[in-house]
Design a protein around this ligand. Structure first.
Ligand code: AMP
Length: 382
């Protein structure tokens, strides 16, 4: 394997098959690359637009070997892939970002320990192995605090807010067999993220600070540019740059931050791949996070991340289908709003089915517009 540029016409392998892989595949196919996707499912959001969809377990290392041998580079759209899968793929082709990045970021304890060991600002946290440890750490952190599973957590899954010393046993019971982490509760002013990319040559690009609001622990609306003092945005970008350098990332990585009421930035989480808060880059930027991931993992020069117009993104969750098919025409009646659907068949509550991106003169207007368009989806169909 040589580190030569991987040119259009080559085939890129994607581990995982959700919406991130779908948008990656759209960007890759637009530039003349082929895409193979690997996951345990079929007719997936990525598979529907990829050249080849491989349905196999991540533990089927023979299938992983065949997949890796057929592609020029493997990347991810899902970080909870077992280490053995990544190690097997790496024997046969390039894996970018490297398995070590995945290993660090797929477990909250490893991630937070890595960050604090390298001097990055994080929420106070502690590993918890027993009810007694939970009690003593709560005495230190105070109430409320957030108890999270160390592995396989996303969108608020596997986490509980601990509000008082009552009911501790009940809260602890379902988690007793798992590796847990307790975090002090952050009384934040706002949440923001910086999505960034690092090339094979160490080049760094970013899309600036994006402001995020969550509903039920799931991202609801993202706005760019974030309405933050410029020095806060600059600091968030500099922290992000240092994280990508420290992890030696080749690809895209998102850093999610809390901005405390005291004006301090704390890292909440890292995602070693394109991120939901960066979806607006697909329509609103010269180069999207998905195209940049492609360029980075192919050893290509990175593209401009310039924001063409202020933008806002609103997620479309399965709850929208509760009263039947949403009124697509009503949302499409907003000419500055773009509709993205991920091709998922079953609309379950909380499931990310698609998103809308609005562009306007200001980020505030874009946020207003994207919310109005989402509301319109609930209007009765004529
Ligand atoms: P996570 O899965 O860790 O990204 O958490 C999802 C959301 O829960 C975050 O975006 C916050 O809105 C909230 N959250 C998580 N951890 C904390 C914390 N330590 N303090 C306050 N809110 C939190």
């Amino acid at each position: 394997m040589t580190n030569a540029t991987i040119n259009p016409g080559a085939t890129i392998g994607v581990l995982g098959s959700g919406q991130l892989g779908r948008m990656f595949a759209i960007a890759a196919r637009r530039m003349g690359y082929r895409v193979h996707t690997f996951s345990p499912s079929s007719d997936t959001p990525t598979g529907q637009v990829a050249d080849v969809e491989i349905e196999a377990s991540y533990d089927d290392l023979e299938a992983v070997r065949d997949f890796a041998q057929a592609v020029s580079v493997v990347t991810f759209e899902f970080e909870n892939v077992p280490s053995a899968t990544v190690e097997t793929a790496a024997q046969f082709t390039f894996v970018r970002p490297a398995g070590s990045v995945l290993h660090t970021t797929q477990n909250r304890l490893r991630e937070k320990t890595f960050l604090s060991d390298h001097g990055f600002p994080v929420t106070p946290f502690k590993a918890i192995h027993s009810l007694a440890e939970l009690r003593s750490t709560l005495a230190e952190f105070g109430y409320p605090a957030i108890l999270k599973t160390a592995g396989f957590g996303y969108d608020g899954k596997g986490q509980s807010r601990v509000k008082s010393p009552d009911d501790l046993e009940e809260i602890w019971r379902p988690y007793a067999e798992q590796e847990m982490i307790l975090e002090a509760f952050v009384d934040f002013e706002c949440e923001l993220s910086v999505v960034a990319a690092r090339g094979l040559d160490g080049a760094f690009t970013h899309w600036g600070a994006i402001e995020n609001t969550h509903r039920n622990h799931i991202l609801d609306v993202s706005i760019a540019p974030a309405a933050l003092p410029p020095e806060i945005s600059r600091e968030a970008v500099e922290i992000t740059r240092a994280v990508l350098d420290q992890l030696d990332v080749v690809g895209v990585l998102c850093v999610e931050f809390f901005l405390t009421r005291g004006g301090k930035l704390l890292i909440n989480e890292l995602a070693p791949r394109p991120h939901n808060s960066g979806h607006l880059t697909f329509d609103a930027c010269v180069t999207s996070q998905f195209e940049q991931q492609l360029r980075a993992v192919c050893g290509m020069p990175l593209g401009s991340t310039e924001l063409l117009r202020p933008a806002a993104m609103a997620n479309l969750l399965g709850d929208l289908w509760e009263k039947g098919e949403p009124n697509w025409a009503a949302a499409c009646a907003f000419p500055d709003v773009k509709l993205h659907l991920y091709g998922k068949m079953a609309a379950k509550p909380g499931r990310k089915m698609g998103h809308l991106t609005a562009m306007a003169e200001t980020a505030n207007e874009a946020a207003h517009l994207v919310r109005a368009a989402r509301e319109a989806l609930c209007a009765p169909v004529d």
